[in-house]
Design a protein around this ligand. Structure first.
Ligand code: FAD
Length: 406
């Protein structure tokens, strides 16, 4: 096989889902790439999120484009990583008259976004999900699902490594190297060997989520991003098979996701300065358990399993973010050459686990543009290797079976 000449070496900071998708995409488009992660892979927000595969229904009334993108990505993930998702669908249920009145707008917005949302008679909804609150007034079925938060990125990491990607865990970026104004590499601390060294790069991508402001600061850039933690609570039983959401504009504590043998209610949201020192507020556990019980009464009497937090990066500086719920959940790739006179550095912030592949595509499109090359993205049609191949390289060649079309 002819060896392709690399377009250049890219260093990616952050071993969550976004970093995984960027690494994979870069290798397919002819770059060499090294990913550095300060802890274990997925040890940031990726390994702690709610686990909802978003059809986009939750966003449809507010933003049809985000909703449409989610639906597209659900279809793509079904093809390229079916082992990591459970296509169990979702029910949006009306708990009161206000929710009931919201239904027509919700269904219309879903349909305009290409999301097949259909009303289901209440009696049928209760047959489908016997633990649902029997007092619900209305139910709408949408193609939501469950993501295995670890497996999904591991599909990308396994494939990227088999394609020649370098992955360095427990390797923390402690400095950003600039040469004549341009970012030309990173200084890292290897936590295992307890030594520091430099990695040269033609371009550096910060895929550090809630930590993006810290990395930008190492490059002397003030990136207006605010870490916003949210709490989730799990109980020790799968009470529902479908994702159950309240039929209203997105708010706190309004989704119960079935995840393996658990049911998880999420989430709350507040703002912090440091994503590393966040603790679970005790009142969140009480509040979320009560909210879950409105959707699924048995939640309140099911044994508690765990409560934890995960941190989103919200665009906007601390204090200027008025209402995190109203901010777009979409993502933004920022070329700091354009915005901060610091070429050689890109930050990608925002998004959702569901759209990780699209985040990778948009970031690598930007990189190709900066390098002046035209290499199309093929990740939407390239099946990923099994997640098992990451920890057991003997299985790296095993491809994920292709799932049926939605
Ligand atoms: C409460 C909550 C619930 C959510 N629920 C869902 C959901 O149900 N469905 C969904 O689709 N999305 C959900 N999301 C969104 C989703 O979790 C995130 O969009 C996604 O996980 C972000 O991945 P990431 O790779 O960008 O960030 P992260 O996973 O946070 O990765 C960033 C990585 O950078 C590393 N890092 C930081 N600093 C350094 C450094 N100096 N050197 C090296 N590495 C560094 C961190 O250790 C971390 O691993 C939720 C988010 C929250 C907060």
């Amino acid at each position: 096989m002819a060896v392709r000449k690399s377009h250049g070496h890219v260093v990616i900071i952050g071993g969550g889902g976004t970093g995984a998708a960027i690494l994979h995409d870069l290798l397919l488009r002819g770059f060499t790439a090294t990913l550095v992660e300060r802890g274990e892979l997925t040890s940031g927000t990726t390994g702690r999120h709610h686990g909802q595969l978003h059809s986009g229904a939750r966003y449809a009334v507010g933003d049809r484009e985000i909703a449409r993108e989610c639906m597209d990505e659900v279809r793509i993930l079904q093809r390229i990583a079916p082992e990591a998702i459970e296509m169990n669908w979702g029910l949006f249920v009306a708990l009161n008259e206000e929710d009931n009145a919201f239904a027509p707008e919700f269904i219309a917005a879903c349909q305009e976004s290409g999301i097949p949302a259909t009303e289901v008679p209440v009696a049928q909804a209760l047959q489908m999900e016997p633990q649902l609150n029997p007092a619900i007034l209305r139910a709408v079925k949408v193609p939501d699902g469950t993501i295995d938060a670890w497996r999904l990125p591991l599909h990308f990491f396994a494939t990227a490594r088999a394609n020649g990607g370098m992955i360095k865990t427990f390797t923390e970026v402690v400095g950003v190297i600039r040469t004549a104004g341009r970012v030309t590499g990173v200084r890292v601390l290897d936590h295992a060997a307890q030594n520091e060294y430099d990695i040269a790069a033609d371009l550096v991508v910060s895929a550090t989520g809630a930590w993006a402001g810290q990395i930008a600061a190492l490059a002397g850039i003030a990136l207006p991003v605010t870490p916003a933690p949210g709490t989730m609570v799990a109980v020790k039983k799968r009470l529902n098979n479908m994702v159950i959401s309240q039929l209203h504009p997105a708010g706190d504590g309004d989704i119960v996701v079935p995840q393996r043998g658990l049911s998880i209610i999420g989430s709350t949201q507040w703002q912090t300065d440091d994503p590393d020192t966040v603790e679970v507020p005790a009142e969140d556990i009480t509040y979320l358990t009560a909210r879950a019980a409105q959707l699924i009464p048995a939640f309140a009497s099911t044994p508690f399993h765990a409560a934890w937090t995960a941190c989103r990066p919200l665009a906007g500086s601390s204090g200027s973010v008025e209402d995190g719920r109203k901010l777009s959940r979409d993502f933004l790739a920022i070329d700091h050459g354009t915005t901060d006179n610091t070429p050689g550095l890109i930050s990608i912030i925002g998004g959702k686990a569901t759209v990780l592949r699209a985040m990778g595509e948009q970031t690598v499109d930007m990189i190709c543009h900066l390098f002046g090359i035209s290499e199309g993205c093929v990740t939407a049609t390239t099946p990923l290797m099994s997640h098992r191949g990451y920890y057991n390289p003997a299985l790296a060649g095993e491809r994920a079976p292709t799932g049926g079309a939605l």
